[in-house]
Design a protein around this ligand. Structure first.
Ligand SMILES: CC(C)(COP(=O)(O)OP(=O)(O)OC[C@H]1O[C@@H](n2cnc3c(N)ncnc32)[C@H](O)[C@@H]1OP(=O)(O)O)[C@@H](O)C(=O)NCCC(=O)NCCS
Length: 383
């Protein structure tokens, strides 16, 4: 039998890496659904992150009893030891919160490294990590701000805990609802996005779940992926004046600069998440605030970049507008991507479970070797 050599696909474009029943991205139609339910429906006024975690794990819309169970589970599982809190606070002193988070999550791992023997705990460990990663984001935010540790409170939902711990203020109902919607929107995005693919690659080596999530956080940190929400807001801050946005964006595009929050490998229409985020923006952004100016700039980016790039299938993605909404609820820029990570831990861990359940064959793609071959060796004296 001769094996046909598969063709080389930079960025693995068009390569199918898994069978998945978790979320579906329909790039041409501009639709995203979790377990068959559209994100527009899932981000309705009563939607909570706990509800969506239950949906992602169970495959069915949860009853109120199941949602309550998930809340109890989160409250129990988010507990961290004093040492884990101290490590996260220390890490936050000298590095970006994403790297502090990545390091802190890795140190949640066990003393042994033999997950195959414990794989029947994959759901338990995954859900526990979702709860703990959120708590760690709050711990790191308090440390960055120079605030003492003030942990989760009894009865506090995941979204409420996150807003309170990150901002240092007791949130309003609107802030909590917006945070729930942002967590829901970013919870999963098919098996093929870079960080979820990373989680599957690391899971395929039979690594412990903490190693899986820590690696995925590293992948998400990049400006071409999750880091784009921070990148877009920093660009808006640099532009500063909405009246100058048109000209500045045109120049950046002339210089071939890649606008953060624009373009997507799969969507060739406007990202459906950005439409939901704009609905939130209309509700939460107040006139006369920096978030309002930044949102005006984001709208100009959309207009100018769509005029220039729309015919090539490039449109706003989730990160063009999400930063403005995070900013409007008081989240500091450095914490946009960590909060994205807190949310996407749901998708990473469900994909980890699916990876194990589908036989978990190790990822081991090939390469096109373009280097020298069979060269005569010269010892040190002869070089
Ligand atoms: C998302 C992204 C990484 C997809 O990458 P990709 O599918 O590999 O597409 P490419 O980077 O090869 O881009 C294809 C073309 O579109 C252009 N392009 C893509 N995104 C662009 C952007 N944001 N601004 C300007 N031009 C862009 C590229 O310059 C390239 O043009 P060329 O063919 O003339 O060289 C890319 O669009 C990007 O870097 N966007 C900004 C970062 C971002 O928002 N990431 C979050 C994604 S949810």
């Amino acid at each position: 039998m001769t094996l046909e050599t598969p063709s080389f696909s930079p960025g693995l474009e068009g390569v199918l890496i898994a069978e998945s029943a978790v979320s579906l991205v329909e790039g041409e139609a501009g639709r995203l659904s979790y377990r068959g339910y559209s994100i527009e429906d899932l981000t309705g006024p009563t939607g909570t992150f706990e509800e969506i975690v239950a949906l992602l794990y169970d495959g069915e819309l949860p009853t109120q009893t199941r949602i309550d169970e998930m809340r109890v589970l989160f409250e129990r599982e988010r507990a961290l030891t004093d040492d884990q809190i101290a490590i996260a606070r220390l890490a936050a002193k000298g590095t970006h919160p994403m790297f502090a988070l990545q390091a802190a999550v890795a140190t949640l791992g066990p003393m042994d490294n033999d997950f195959e023997r414990k794989v029947d705990t994959v759901v338990e460990r995954g859900q526990s990590l979702i709860a703990k990663v959120g708590h760690l984001v709050g711990v790191i935010a308090q440390a960055v701000d120079g605030r003492p540790y003030d942990g989760p409170r009894p009865g506090e939902s995941h979204a409420r805990m996150l807003v309170r711990m990150v901002t240092g203020e007791d949130p309003t109902e609107l802030q909590v609802r917006v945070m729930d919607a942002l967590l829901i929107l970013q919870a999963d995005h098919s098996a093929g996005n870079a960080s979820t693919f990373t989680s599957r690659v690391v899971a395929s080596t039979k690594a412990e779940p903490e190693a899986v999530v820590s690696a995925a956080i590293g992948a998400l940190s990049g400006p071409a992926h999750g880091g784009a929400n921070e990148g877009s807001l920093r660009l808006f801050q640099q532009i500063g004046d909405p009246a100058k946005a048109d000209e500045r964006i045109s120049r950046l595009l002339d210089d071939k600069f890649k606008i953060p929050g624009f373009g997507h490998r799969v969507y060739h229409v406007k990202d459906p998440r950005s439409k939901v985020i704009q609905r939130l923006a209309d509700e939460v952004i107040k006139d006369g605030t920096p978030a309002a100016d930044h949102y005006q700039i984001a709208l100009t980016v959309e207009k100018v970049a769509t005029e220039r790039l729309g015919d090539r299938g490039l449109f706003p993605n989730v990160d063009l507008f999400s930063g403005c909404v995070f900013e409007a609820i008081g989240i500091p820029v450095d914490f946009f991507t960590p909060l994205f990570a807190a949310s996407r831990t749901a998708g990473w861990t469900v994909n980890m479970q699916e990876q194990w359940e589908s036989g978990n064959r190790i990822f081991r793609p090939g390469q096109v070797y373009v280097g020298e071959q069979h060269r005569p060796f010269t010892d040190i004296e002869g070089r």
